[in-house]
Design a protein around this ligand. Structure first.
Ligand code: MG
Length: 163
């Protein structure tokens, strides 16, 4: 059985993962409107991945005999500026999520809940990947600067995600 404290914290993280999905989908919507189809594709895939993270925790809470509570998801921003500003925000957001996962690990450890610690290890590894891929796109966008043709190339590259 999960402790009440851990159950609440995991429900909070289900909401956080869904907020990430919602924010990446809002970013994708801006890219669709700007005809940046590759960026939109990458961000929609990212949104789906975040929803799958929420579901991983959802399934885990149920497996441990806890009760899932779906908390309200905030409205994400509507405008994200330039592609560079947008991906700087993705990178910052993923660093924030890493902090949230670390705090959950601390809580699971202080509650002596070993299965939850093991479950969270997957998320610890996942965050390393998330930060690395966001940071790589930020660095590429910095190199691109205002070279429109290079941005078109990156758009094509991002459009290949999952293929
Ligand atoms: Mg996530």
């Amino acid at each position: 059985m999960l402790s009440k404290k851990l159950e609440e914290a995991l429900n909070e993280q289900i909401k956080n993962e869904n907020y990430s999905a919602y924010m990446y989908l809002a970013m994708a919507a801006q890219c669709e409107a700007a005809n940046m189809k590759g960026f939109a594709h990458w961000l929609k895939a990212q949104a789906q991945e975040e929803f799958s993270h929420a579901m991983r925790i959802y399934d885990y809470v149920n497996e441990r005999g806890g009760r899932v509570r779906l908390l309200a998801i905030d409205e994400p921003p509507f405008e994200y500026g330039t592609p560079l500003q947008m991906f700087e925000m993705v990178y910052e957001h993923e660093q924030k999520v890493t902090g949230l996962i670390n705090a959950l690990c601390d809580l699971a450890r202080s509650e002596n809940d070993y299965p939850t610690q093991t479950h969270l290890n997957w998320f610890v590894d996942e965050q390393v990947e998330e930060e690395a891929s966001a940071s790589e796109i930020v660095e590429t966008l910095k190199m691109i600067g205002d070279k429109g043709h290079a941005l078109v190339m990156l758009d094509r590259e991002l459009g290949k995600r999952g293929q």
